[in-house]
Design a binder for this molecule. Structure first.
Ligand code: RIB
Ligand code: CA
Length: 308
């Protein structure tokens, strides 16, 4: 059984990524740690607890950072809904997370399973950066770190022209992670746009599964579908976190580029922009594998298998 640790700002695409990991038979999800991002921390915790319960899983959920390291929290209810899950009336309240603080649990779990844990981050990196500042040794103990964030090798931003949401919310946290020495695999929003758009045809395939989890995965995208229709004008809601999770579950279909990456810290429009040193012009160390392609059929084959 492969051991996964998932850090999430649980909203409508995160929840689908959680379902994928929780339903993959050869993966043991050691814990889900929650960070503020799409929605405030308390709501993200409730959304994660609801999703774990929906999947009949016995996985602890720990609360973590309620705001970025050095900035005010900016949430994204306009993209995912006030409750983060499409505002379709799900009972997303009243559940209790496991006692423990996310950054501390990240450190303890990585230390107790040296070179066995795949850490998947699908929200801002505040919890991971906090863990690294306290325990830098985890950088050499973790097996893989798969990060949904940034704009990939050449992609556009989704919160400003140059920045993707997870990296824009807490760019200081991204810099801590990029400089940590962790084995980074970065899946940018460009990959979601290219290979994880839930077109009407793909949605029909999910609906045809006739499964509770499959219907859940589609129904909670109500706000995202509207956002996409009016803002990003994609052919359907896109799934950045699920395709990052697909890469974590099976990296074999992916094309990657080993490259030096950094993050822009300043004010907009540079805030949170991913700096990719394609030609080694700067003294940036080659510190990441950027996913440059993850084939759409491979992603949807896995998604349909895990939602069936
Ligand atoms: O930019 C996409 C990312 O921001 C995804 O993780 C989505 O859930 C939001 O957090
Ligand atoms: Ca997310």
């Amino acid at each position: 059984m492969r051991k996964f640790l998932i850090d999430t700002d649980t909203a409508s695409d995160d929840a689908v990524a959680l379902c994928m990991a929780l339903r993959e038979p050869d993966i043991e999800v050691l814990a889900i740690t929650v960070v503020a991002g799409n929605v405030p921390l308390a709501q993200a915790v409730q959304n994660a607890l609801y999703t774990v319960e929906l999947c009949d899983a016995d996985v602890p959920v720990y609360a973590g950072a309620s705001a970025p390291m050095l900035r005010d929290l900016v949430t994204a209810e306009d993209t995912h809904g006030q409750d983060g899950m499409g505002d379709i009336g799900l009972p997303l309240a009243g559940r209790t997370p496991t006692a423990g603080w996310a950054p501390e649990r990240i450190v303890e779990l990585i230390r107790s399973h040296p070179r066995e844990v795949t850490l998947v981050t699908i929200g801002p990196l505040t919890n991971l950066a906090t863990a690294l500042l306290w325990a830098p040794d985890i950088a050499t103990l973790v097996e893989r770190v798969v990060i949904m964030g940034g704009t990939g090798a050449h992609g556009p931003g989704n919160v400003t022209p140059s920045a993707e949401f997870n990296f824009w919310v807490d760019p200081e946290a991204v810099r801590v992670v990029f400089r940590s020495g962790m084995p980074l695999e970065v899946v940018g929003w460009d990959i979601s746009v290219a290979s994880a758009v839930v077109t009407p045809e793909r949605a029909a395939q999910v609906r045809a599964l006739g499964s509770v989890v499959g219907d859940f995965a589609l129904d909670i995208q109500a706000t995202l579908a509207s956002f996409v229709e009016h803002e990003t004008r994609l052919a359907g809601p896109d799934f950045p976190d699920p395709i990052a999770m697909a890469h974590a579950i099976d990296p074999s279909p992916a094309s990657i580029q080993r490259v030096g990456v950094d993050i822009a810290i300043g004010p907009d429009p540079m805030r949170g922009a991913l700096i990719v040193d394609h030609y080694g012009f700067s003294e940036l160390a080659v510190n990441a594998s950027i996913v440059t392609n993850y084939p759409e059929p491979a992603f949807f084959d896995m998604l349909l298998r895990l939602l069936a």
